[in-house]
Design a protein around this ligand. Sequence first.
Ligand code: NAD
Length: 362
Amino acid sequence: MSSATANNTTRVFRVVGLPGDGVGPEVYQSACQVLAVMDELFNLPIELDGQLIGGAAVDATGTPLPQATIDACKSADAALLGAVGGPKWDNHPAEQRPELGLLKIRAEFNLFCNLRPIVTHPALQAFSPLRPERLIGVDLMMVRELTGGIYFGKKWRDANQAEDVCRYTRSEIERITRAAGALARQRKGRITMVDKANVLETSRLWREVVSQVLEDEFPDVSLENLLVDAAAMHLLTRAADFDVMLTENLFGDILSDEASMLCGSMGLLPSASLNEDRFGLYEPIHGSAPDIAGQGKANPYAMLLSVAMMLRHSLDRADEADALERSIHQCWDEGILTPDLVPGGCSTARVTEAVCERLKPG
Ligand code: NAD
């Protein structure tokens, strides 16, 4: 998409579009429509370069992350992903599993910093399994280290034993702490670091490095330490007390899914995975939802909120990100919701149209 309204001084952003599988292409289509309208309204020229990932890539090329996709990302400002996976590829060999495409793209582009904003909205409180009084004022940012720890450590297994090594280096912890510190500074200035320092040596290193980096470089940011078992409980009892929650890969994986329930539906939560050059992979947290794929009822809000994150974190267009979020919140206030939230709810296309209609400069 290139803008007819773009003048010579307007930078054209390059974004790799990765629709993927299942509902991925449906919510990706919604993002394309919204970006086209935003280009007209805000002079936001984005060149979308559609590429393959996941099962669609396996079918077309035999691999879940083709070289063409990697090459396209190398010269792009950001990538926008729908979702990957589905029963069709469940019995494929390990190197042809769609999810491997995701792990590979994270490793290839060093996407070490995973962000998941958890913000409750009054119009959606009824959809959370938690009591409404526990949801008031929740606005926390989960910062998860994404390329280290036990998921990437040495692994082996024989008939009777198995081992997964959890390893972290000082520099891996320093760079994610700096990312969390910078975010905390733009927010309420508080970091809660989650670990298991009463048992794990890696957690003790995390504690030492995080407190050192914050003391030296972010003296204005406060630090609270919480053990992961306690954090799991506190997220359900006092989520509104948290600002930035910083943690390692495994704990972040589990806690961010738990925290997503504060908001009510998988279809509502965006995410960003960033590297040190501000290139980011933006995607909804949900999967390919094969049970509803092709029916036009996928919830596109998580994808559209991922677009807002992309505008803010990789494209430096915070005002436009705010405008998109305002339009989404207005739709929520008006009850424009998909069938995963309300029986007989609106289609993906109707929600997309409604978001576009409410977009206006701030
Ligand atoms: P899922 O997130 O796809 O679906 C879980 C439930 O949430 C389903 O009932 C689904 O209908 C619903 N749901 C998910 N997204 C929705 C949306 N946008 N609108 C409305 N309802 C939505 O998780 P799953 O069923 O465990 O996994 C399905 C496939 O997705 C698997 O192959 C899995 O490996 C893959 N997966 C991919 C990603 C990713 O691409 N990042 C993440 C998780 C799972």
